[in-house]
Design a protein around this ligand. Structure first.
Ligand code: GAL
Length: 414
């Protein structure tokens, strides 16, 4: 862990006030560019404009946000940080330690965030006790999406074990259907990998391996079994998977070109944006195994000069956690509200499963942060794991070799 500098400490105590006569302005960096994502972020733009705000959009395409984070670094290094940035997990604290984040505690306290946000999730939004990010939603990672017509026609139920998944995939393959729509990008490989870690290893194993980075768990036979399953899954994707964007993989399931996709529930936002109905056109089920991998999108405000920009930051923070935005945004995005007091009446069956499982898993200690989506680990160890996962998926590497490489890479990254 990096020590906080004196500069960081003094920067972090500058509070965002709401200047009376300022005209709110915000330049917002985000990576929500797919159909469902764009529809969702438009909700925030509209609410911001309704309150007199001027929004300058800075979308950086690329699922998972890797390209957006590269763009952010360039902007901050050139001394020209965007006013608001889609940022989440420990990356929030990493940026805070650089001394470049604004404190949004004043808004958070005025709006009573502590009363409406679950503690475990609110903790991600805090930096040394002050509020440094505004949470948008709760995405669940461990989902399988299925094409209903294909599954029905082939007499296949949503799998509840990885063996069942493999058996279904073999059956589909024999019938000439691509079992798994996948986009060969490192973050998508990591997304599938973490669902297999949870599914085969269980919640405690996930915690030890991908949160606590315990070398024994990373080097275990269970981890070898995870890589075995990844090799099996590799056999179920089509030949053109390499480099494919996640939303194009979702479209394959939508259009009947593949049966399943393993992806967080922003995939549902994509189905919904295309007019598809859960339970009729597509199905959702948790990936095999217990537990809930969460991914909470949030926005952090960067230190900027000017009352208009600071007013924009305060307004954005207020809107983001506001109940109206939380409902409308999440209906589009595929996630569920992060506020515990928003009614789920208007939400679909997948959202209900998500909310019920989240409550149960929170009780059971199996509500876990996603490593693949930057909720569990800082950049370096997360990147080291993903490099191994993707190298294994795209080669003939054995599970023994992968596990050895994993242990070494994680040790070197700490
Ligand atoms: C995730 C993000 C989601 C979704 C996804 C694909 O990291 O949290 O909101 O946008 O990437 O881009």
């Amino acid at each position: 862990m990096k020590a906080r500098s004196v500069l960081a400490a003094s920067a972090a105590v500058t509070c965002l006030a709401l200047p009376a006569l300022a005209e709110p302005q915000a330049e917002v960096l985000h990576w929500w560019t797919s159909g469902g994502e764009a529809k969702s972020v438009a909700v925030l733009q509209e609410e911001f404009a309704e309150r007199g705000g001027t929004w300058t959009d800075m979308p950086v395409a690329g699922g998972g946000g890797d390209a957006a984070m590269t763009a952010l670094r360039a902007r901050v290094l050139s001394g020209n940080a965007p006013t608001a940035v889609q940022l989440k997990g420990p990356a929030i604290q990493e940026w805070y330690e650089e001394g470049v984040l604004a404190d949004i505690s004043e808004v958070a306290e005025a709006q009573g965030w502590a009363d409406v946000l679950p503690d475990q999730l609110a903790a991600h939004m805090k930096c040394d006790g002050s509020w440094c990010a505004a949470p948008v939603n709760v995405h669940r990672i461990n989902w399988i999406w299925g094409n209903k017509e294909i599954l029905d026609a082939n007499g296949i139920e949503m799998p509840t074990t990885w063996e069942e998944f493999n058996a279904a995939a073999e059956k589909l393959q024999a019938a000439g259907i691509t079992p798994l729509a996948h986009g060969g990008q490192a973050w998508q490989d990591a997304t599938v990998f973490e669902t297999v870690v949870l599914g085969l290893g269980g919640a405690e194993f996930f915690q030890s391996a991908l949160v606590d980075l315990d070398p024994e768990a990373l080097g275990s036979d269970t981890m070898k079994a995870v890589f075995d399953e990844m090799r099996t899954l590799r056999g179920y994707v089509d030949d053109n998977f390499s480099g494919r964007d996640w939303n194009l993989a979702t479209a394959m399931v939508m259009n009947g070109e593949a049966a399943f996709q393993i992806m967080g529930d922003w995939a549902k936002g994509e189905f919904l944006a295309a007019g598809k109905v859960p339970g009729e056109d597509f199905t959702c089920a948790p990936t095999p195994g217990e537990g809930f991998l969460y991914n909470v999108d949030s926005f952090a405000m960067f230190e900027v000069d000017g009352e208009d920009k600071q007013a924009g930051q305060a307004l954005l923070a207020e809107l983001i956690v506001g109940p109206s935005f939380q409902e409308t945004f999440n209906l589009n995005k595929g996630s569920i509200p992060v506020r515990s007091d928003v009614s789920l009446e208007a939400f679909d069956m997948c959202a209900h499963i998500s909310a019920e499982d989240m409550a149960a898993d929170s009780e059971n200690g199996s509500l876990l942060p996603s490593y693949a989506h930057g909720m569990a680990l800082r950049g370096e160890p997360a990147g080291a794991i993903t490099d191994v996962v993707t190298a294994h998926f795209n080669s003939e590497m054995s599970s023994d070799e992968a596990v050895e490489m994993l242990v070494n890479a994680v040790a070197a990254a700490q």
